[in-house]
Design a protein around this ligand. Structure first.
Ligand SMILES: Cc1ncc(COP(=O)(O)O)c(C=O)c1O
Length: 361
């Protein structure tokens, strides 16, 4: 089996299990963890109306876009760096620590390690426990070694959120050990409540660097929009290193138009929260472990057939359902599958298929 590095490639994965049906297109893709309903209409209209933006260079400083993001996050524009997706923001932080040392809290998104490798940052892993709780004491101890710690909050692939109290402990420790804390908030839009993001901690801790992405909530992986929030000293350095015109003009137009309190976002949050409760209840009845996720995806582990994850993956694929394998998430080693929370209809298909699997094994 040729396991792809990222989700969102249903046909490529599905074909490997259904080799005779190469032209199939009816895959239900649970492997990509983006908003289930596609982009909002306001983004579609801006993209449709932005033809003029392709025949001019974008503003190399992205001043208007940075100002809008600063307003929305209540920070100064010089604390904002607009990036070509969250992925560029991740790579830019690794550049900041070129040749130094990073701790990565695992299992998590593989691009932190990839970016560190690219910039020759030496890495060490610290692992969540079985319930995806952060190993606070061990992290505090290892921080004396590290120049930077990477934490994904909410974490991909578990969907779990480290408490604000634990983050504060780590930031206080950062001050003692002169370590930076990079927190990837790519999925923070899906979390309700005031501690969904750590933005207000930026004014208290210069060591905090936040990474954001518009990809997940707005379902726009093809537009490539992300940004980074940090002290102005850090963003000034990164601005000098960023590839010129890294963010395309159409993406820039979307950022400038980002609304306050977008109802699309609050509706998505409510929908995902309710669906997650419903799906978790049914899966628990069916004797599957579901990670204590707060967002639009979760990890699943078959309590009755823990050694049959690959068979389960194949069973789902034969029924048009594509899960995200976990072979390249450190510590999970393929024993779990990750699923997005999709429309109620698609979630029902998943639940029916997993119930059928119960009778099958
Ligand atoms: C945790 C996390 N951060 C960042 C990204 C990158 O997102 P993008 O570059 O599309 O904004 C992803 C994509 O899967 C992700 O899972």
């Amino acid at each position: 089996m040729n396991w792809p590095k990222h989700g969102g490639q249903p046909a490529k994965v599905g074909r490997q299990f259904n080799s005779k049906e190469t032209n199939r297109s009816d895959w239900i893709d649970f492997s990509a963890n983006i908003h289930p309903f596609g982009p909002p209409n306001w983004i579609k209209s801006i993209v449709a109306d932005s033809m003029a933006a392709i025949s001019v260079y974008p503003d190399p400083e992205y001043e208007e876009a940075s100002r809008r993001l600063a307003e929305l996050n209540d920070v100064s524009p010089d604390q904002v760096l607009v990036t070509n997706g969250g992925a560029e923001a991740i790579f830019m932080t690794a550049k900041l620590f070129e040749g130094k040392r990073a701790l990565i809290v695992q299992p998590t998104f593989g691009e932190y390690e990839q970016a560190c490798l690219h910039y020759r940052v030496e890495t060490r892993d610290v692992f969540y426990d079985n319930g995806f709780r952060v190993p606070l004491k061990e992290l505090e101890r290892q921080m004396a070694w590290a120049d930077v710690v990477y934490i994904c909050r909410p974490n991909n692939p578990s969907g779990t959120v480290i408490s604000e109290r634990d983050i504060r402990v780590l930031l206080e420790r950062c001050e003692e050990t002169e370590t930076y804390l990079v927190v990837d908030e790519a999925f923070a839009d899906f979390v309700s409540g005031t501690d969904a993001t750590l933005t207000r901690m930026l004014s208290q801790f210069n060591s905090l660097i936040l990474l954001r992405s518009l990809t997940k909530m707005y379902s726009i992986p093809g537009l490539r929009i992300g940004y980074l929030l940090a002290s102005s000293t850090i963003t000034a350095k990164l601005r000098c290193w960023q590839v010129p015109w890294s963010v395309n003009g159409i993406a820039g137009e979307v950022v400038k138009a980002l609304p306050n309190d977008d109802p699309f976002v609050s509706e998505a949050r409510t929908f995902v929260k309710e669906e997650l409760v419903r799906v978790r209840e049914r899966l628990t009845e069916l004797r599957f472990y579901v990670s204590p996720s707060q967002v639009n995806f979760f990890l699943l582990y078959d309590l009755d057939a823990p050694n049959k994850t690959e068979e389960l993956f194949a069973f789902l694929a034969k029924n048009s359902i594509i899960a995200r394998h976990t072979h390249n998430f450190k510590g999970l080693n393929g024993h779990y599958l990750r699923f997005a929370v999709k429309s109620a209809e698609d979630n029902d298909k998943l639940l029916a298929c997993l119930a059928a699997w119960r009778h099958h094994v």
